[in-house]
Ligand binder design. Structure first.
Ligand code: IPD
Length: 265
């Protein structure tokens, strides 16, 4: 008999593969903005909405008793105790412009625990996955975070929210950090950034203001690859602050971000 986590992984991989292929092959050449959300730069395209519909339709067939929480509004409680947390396109602005760094992020949660996380990045030809307690993989290869470099040699990813005041403060934090690390990257998909920590393409990543759908799958993948993830000291990754980095670098970055007040606007 297939155990629960294995079944959830199979369902998540299939849902992410279907949505990823749909988005890769079906992107309209004249794709535009369908709506804006929290600000004029927080955009939704018709493909975000269609991708979420495809994923929730598939989940309803395969796991009809589960709950769902999706970026574009899907929200049902379910009765099984499992909730799917879905970002149908993480990196919508990249997708809108035809830039390759976008992903489909799907996590299965039970209470406060993420059991399974899958991030598909079709234009990288890569799918990242993790099952709680069973390690992380990129395609079929085990994923491992880097050994922590000295702070001064860390390549650090970050991202910006959509509200002007928050972005201004995030820019201030970057201005303070960038002279003291190897460099800063802003990839445009938080889920991919977390997976990049998991596969060693970034030493560390942090961002304030993420939503559960941006981080749920990538957080598990980074942890299962050996990174630490968290927020302010003693806190889990959240909208307040999400940090992912290998042990040794994590603590340095966390205390520097705390000094810089990176969790407030
Ligand atoms: C965004 C991306 C981006 C991050 C933003 C997120 P979306 O998600 O992950 O990298 O900086 O904070 O909102 O809007 O493209 O799903």
């Amino acid at each position: 008999m297939t155990d629960l986590k294995t079944e959830l992984l199979e369902v998540a991989l299939e849902a992410a593969a279907r949505a990823g292929a749909f988005l890769r092959d079906g992107r309209p050449a004249d794709l535009g903005v369908a709506a804006t959300k929290t600000s004029a730069v927080d955009v939704v395209t018709e493909m975000d909405i269609a991708s979420e519909k495809l994923i929730t339709g598939f989940l309803a067939e395969r796991r009809p008793d589960d709950g769902v929480l999706g970026e574009e509004g899907a929200s049902t409680e379910g009765s099984s105790g499992i909730t799917w947390v879905i970002d149908p396109i993480d990196g919508t602005v990249n997708y809108l412009y035809g830039r390759p760094e976008w992903s489909v992020s799907i996590a299965a949660r039970q209470g406060d625990e993420t059991l399974v996380g899958v991030v598909a990045a079709p234009l990288r030809g890569e799918t990242y996955r993790a099952v709680l307690g069973q390690g992380a993989f990129v395609n079929d290869r085990p994923a491992h975070a880097r050994v922590a470099p000295p702070f001064e040699q860390a390549l650090v990813g970050t991202g910006f929210g959509y509200l002007a005041a928050r972005r201004a403060h995030q820019a201030d934090v970057v201005r303070e950090l960038v002279p003291h690390v190897r460099d800063i990257r802003r990839g445009g998909s938080a889920a991919i950034d977390l997976c990049d920590v998991a596969v060693g393409r970034l030493d560390a990543y942090y961002e304030r203001g993420l939503n559960p759908w941006d981080l749920a799958a990538g957080d598990l993948i980074a942890r299962e690859a050996g990174a630490l993830t968290g927020g302010r000291p003693g806190e889990v990754p959240s909208g307040e602050l999400t940090i992912a980095a290998p042990p040794g670098l994590f603590e340095r970055l966390q205390s520097r971000l705390e000094e810089l007040g990176a969790w407030h606007d």
